[in-house]
Ligand binder design. Structure first.
Ligand SMILES: C[S@@+](CC[C@H](N)C(=O)[O-])C[C@H]1O[C@@H](n2cnc3c(N)ncnc32)[C@H](O)[C@@H]1O
Length: 274
């Protein structure tokens, strides 16, 4: 290159820098939970960020100096084979930034938890009913009722007064209603499509004298304050396997299922409000 040409390139670079036009990438280092049953999937603006383990590094395209850029980062965490937690965040970076983003902790407002249907065997529903001492005077509530086995069994076998279920998946709302009809107890089973994290949908639980639950640790912890607020003192609560956030069970028992497996059941009685 001739001297005059080199001079021109240098001049152009200097002018570019002086005008703030020098482009530079930024990096976003994302930390994700390690206790995942599956490798956590991280995306930025919908595109997968490759990598495994607890950190992922995303490098942005070259960004113009002095400008702010927003990126949508999302982690899909699967702590077990029935729970999917989506953790979306928006971050703002400038050219040359090295941002750290911690996605190991929950944001109750932003994170979405989805628990899939896994049924409780009928004999275990009977054990839960025994633990709750269900009688014909009881109204049973199941948040996340699936096919309504936890409502239909106590109504049919023990003559419980009524069963109320909330279910987010319309497919299971339909299945539960059909099953209640097939079992001849449709008049005593009230299935509602709704979200157990929505206080309005949950208001109906104030009617219950017994709550039977099988919902997973993550969703259970989120739902616990709603239950605490809405349930009447004296309501008996039995959960198949999972705890309810920081609630300390009054009793925990292990029962043998007809399938030969051990099932853990937790029992609480809702205390009078302070
Ligand atoms: C583990 S299954 C238990 C079903 C039933 N209670 C049983 O023990 O057989 C959990 C159910 O909760 C439903 N579910 C998950 N998230 C929910 C939410 N936010 N609101 C209402 N139902 C939900 C699922 O669709 C699924 O049917």
């Amino acid at each position: 290159m001739r001297a005059s040409c080199v001079g021109f390139v240098l001049f152009a670079a200097l002018v570019g820098a002086a005008c703030g036009q020098e482009k530079k990438a930024a990096t976003i280092t994302i930390t994700v939970p390690e206790n995942s049953y599956k490798e956590t999937l991280v995306t930025v603006d919908g595109v997968d960020v490759k990598g495994t383990g607890k950190t992922r590094v995303f490098t942005t395209p070259a960004l113009e100096a002095g400008k702010e850029y927003k990126f949508k980062v999302s982690a899909l965490v699967e702590p077990n084979n029935y729970t999917k937690i989506t953790r979306p965040r928006e971050v703002t970076v400038k050219a040359g930034d090295a941002l750290k983003l911690d996605l190991t902790t929950e944001d109750k407002k932003l994170d979405k938890i989805v628990v899939r249907w896994v049924p409780t065997p009928e004999d275990i529903v009977d054990e839960m009913s025994k633990l709750a001492k269900i009688t014909k005077d009881d109204i049973i509530f199941d948040p996340g009722c699936g096919d309504a086995v936890m409502l239909i069994r106590p109504v049919k076998a023990l003559g419980a007064k009524k069963g109320i279920g909330i279910e987010i998946d319309p497919k299971y709302v339909k299945i539960a209603k059909e099953k209640a009809k097939d079992e001849g107890v449709a008049d005593k089973i009230d299935i509602r499509e709704g979200d157990i994290l929505n206080e309005k949908d949950m208001a109906v639980c104030a009617e219950a004298s017994v709550v039977l639950i099988y919902i997973g640790d993550d969703l259970g912890a989120r739902m616990a304050p709603v239950l605490q607020k809405l349930l009447k003192p004296g309501t008996r609560v039995v959960s198949h396997r999972f705890k309810l956030g920081d609630w300390k069970p009054d009793k925990t028992v292990t029962v043998k299922g007809a399938d030969g497996s051990d099932y853990i059941l937790h029992y609480w009685e809702v205390k009078a409000k302070k």
